[in-house]
Design a protein around this ligand. Structure first.
Ligand code: BMA
Length: 319
């Protein structure tokens, strides 16, 4: 792919992943109405890329917006939120929408997001063309966040990671998996990953949540996730990665003890919510991976790495 968004590792970089020199690739005021654009998801589409973006407007109302790009770096994002038609239900109530993920499964792009329905829960929708969007039943009862679909079915069933939560700034949280035969009814909920002990891996000791859509590697499903520690200045969000079993994705094979990316760049340290690195998407092109993450709840940024090096890092710096 010659329009894969990519930058080589800088000469002075000793880390397994590195930031884009063009960060933030999307600024807070890049649409006409936005206060902030962050925690957003992109996928290959046509000859380029499409994405679903979280924009909070200047009334600080949370909603999701479609965007397009030929190179994955320069984005044109709509000034009006996505309007959904009824999909597998007439009940498409939504007080707000945020933190979208996009997953290609079989014949369409599925979108999951945190949907306001008497509190946060997981909303589901789909599109074939990023023009017409259909909304389905919410996956779960409130309260839940960080719903991430696998790109493949397991024994004919869709699989989704999620993070049961509370109605506020949840001071706890583990990652669960649920299955559905039809994208409407979800069950067989299993715990996948819990927070880490403070003494072993403090950056992920308060709560964790699925980040990017998992992609298959020779070691298993590779997924970037966020981990949170509570400091005397509030929550601090970093990015780690886990490898889940190819056939049984509720089984964690390895997960990082050391974070892959912690808030350190100025745009991650300063913003509407300081100290947040929040991955929501990853593009791959053979051994290259480009991660999209929200920085400080304000902008969209990118980081890069090589899949084989990341797998090696996860195995050798594992919890
Ligand atoms: C979470 C969500 C995310 C946000 C994070 C840090 O609860 O609201 O959208 O990035 O908090 O503020």
């Amino acid at each position: 792919m010659n329009n894969f968004p990519w930058e080589n590792r800088p000469d002075n970089c000793r880390d397994v992943m590195w930031r884009s020199s063009r960060n933030p690739i999307i600024g807070r005021y890049d649409t006409a109405i936005s206060n902030s654009i962050f925690n957003s998801a992109v996928v290959p589409f046509g000859n380029g890329y499409a994405g679903v973006f979280r924009c909070d407007d200047k009334a600080v109302r949370m909603n999701i917006f479609v965007g397009f790009s030929s190179d994955g770096v320069n984005w044109k994002t709509s000034d009006t939120p996505i309007r959904f038609e009824p999909g597998n239900t007439q009940m498409i109530d939504s007080d707000y929408k945020y933190d979208p993920r996009v997953t290609w499964i079989e014949d369409r792009y599925w979108i999951t997001w945190c949907n306001g329905y008497n509190g946060p829960t997981i909303g589901i929708g789909y599109t074939f063309d990023f023009k017409t969007f259909y909304q389905c039943e919410n996956a779960f009862l409130p309260f839940n966040r960080n719903g991430v679909l696998f790109p493949e079915k397991f024994n004919g069933r869709y699989a989704m990671l999620s993070r049961p939560s509370d109605n506020g700034h949840t001071p706890f949280g583990d990652i669960f998996i649920s299955f559905s035969p039809d994208m409407k009814y979800w069950g067989e909920h299993r715990c996948v990953m819990k927070v880490a002990p403070f003494e072993e891996s403090a950056w992920q000791c308060l709560k964790i949540g699925a980040g990017s859509v998992p992609f298959l590697t020779e070691a298993g499903w590779l997924m970037f996730y966020h981990g949170v520690i509570r400091t005397c200045n509030g929550y601090r969000y970093s990015m780690g990665a886990a490898i889940l079993d190819e056939k049984n994705p509720s089984k964690v094979l390895w997960r990082t003890r050391d974070y892959l990316l912690g808030p350190a760049a100025p745009y991650e340290l300063v913003g509407d919510v300081p100290n947040v690195v929040f991955p929501c998407a990853a593009l791959t092109d053979s051994n290259r991976v480009a991660v999209y993450y929200g920085a400080a709840d304000t902008t969209v940024c990118m980081a890069f790495g090589y899949v084989d090096e990341i797998i090696q890092f996860i195995k050798t710096h594992s919890l």
